[in-house]
Design a protein around this ligand. Sequence first.
Ligand SMILES: Cc1ncc(COP(=O)(O)O)c(C=O)c1O
Length: 475
Amino acid sequence: MTTGDLDPKNWDEFRARAHALLDDSLDKMSTADQGRVWTPLPNQLKAQIEQPLPRGGGDVDQILRAILPYGVGNTHPRFFGWVHGAGAPSGVLADIIAAAMNVNAGGRNHVAPVVEKQVINWCADVMGFGETASGLIVSGTSLATVVALKTARDQANALASIRGVPQGRLVGYTSNQAHSCIKRAFDLLGLGTDSLRLVPCNDAFEMDTDALIAQIEADVAAGHQPFLVAGTAGAVNMGAIDDLETIADIAAEHKLWFHVDGAFGAAGRLGTAAADRLTGIARADSLAFDFHKWFQVNYEAGLVLIRNDAAHRASFSDRAEYLRGTERGLAGGAFWAVDYGPELSRGFRALKVWAHLVEHGFDALGATIDRNIALAGALRARIVAHERLQPMAPTPLNINCFRYTSDRVDMDILNTEIVIALQESGVAVPSTTVLNGETAIRVNITNHRTQESDLDVLIEAVVEQGARLEKVLDR
Ligand SMILES: Cc1ncc(COP(=O)(O)O)c(C=O)c1O
């Protein structure tokens, strides 16, 4: 029995503790559809967590057990907020193995890089990136976007220096519905957020591609250097899918790097309901998406795919002498994650993704996505049919934005209050957004547990809270 300073003094006792906590975790997971969606953390438990500096060490199992009900609530079928996946119990098992192995997956010759590269290869295949693409598993789309845009920026700089022409200011394009992670990446990469042009959208909240061309031409005329266009496959506000094929054409004509933010929408390629609107992904230079959203992998894991492996490596591969690879031994191994991203030390995140894909299979994941899209359509029908509810945007994918109407009170305040009341009631968790200056109740369905009956509960609760709060606000 191992007897390091921090190893259990009694392994039999530790085994019993581990089994008891696993049982509690299984109880939590097997009753995910019961009880409240969200419950705020009680003060007493908060105080136990915020205990004085624990110099002596002590019992932790009681607190581990006690916190189980106080998460975000996204494992519950009536969690509809933001874009959260529901996860799957199978992921817990892989995480136990990964924690037990405690590998550093930054590189070297062991199982983790093999697992990670296999996930990348499968995803490159389903996303139409082909066999020579590279990629990296990261924490999520935000970091995946930084990796992709750094590669794009470095390629633009390298091309300019090869051509020997004086370089203008690098400018890029995305729609005004794009996620803020693209702006964040421009900031982090020192490009300046003003260098990201927010192209207006059409009535369907998709990038206006004529406006894109006009903006590119204006920038060229001003002496700037357009280098990137980022299309969105599933916009966070209401699920719009940009016309990716047309954007790919424009990118090719103007020699721009074509990036796609497919945080949740790219997963639509696994199913049939949205796949025909996602063909343009296969023409992108880079793609960022999440496993923890519509793939239902437990938090957190996302992927960046880059069509040109050499370009990807050129942006990140800079190994110091103590990281030099060898033909044989532990410093061997073909795939070193450190050559493809900013992190050196990293955990075995790839294992839960690999295990999830193998256990469930891409087809079942695609069927879940199609079912979610059908549920969003069913919810829209309920909204349209109700005299007090009004859709605020089309429903191209899995998100409904709508509001409870009133001619007596401010509808922005009323609908914000409805959402807070629903969250606090524990019955359902939608979130809010603002579309064309108006606050909407936003219901996102990226949840394999949601059933049609959950939509009835939601609509009933919205209408009940709406009627109650309208009276309160009208006083
Ligand atoms: C379209 C889109 N892009 C990017 C992100 C950011 O992803 P992450 O939270 O995994 O960094 C999100 C998150 O919801 C998103 O919906």
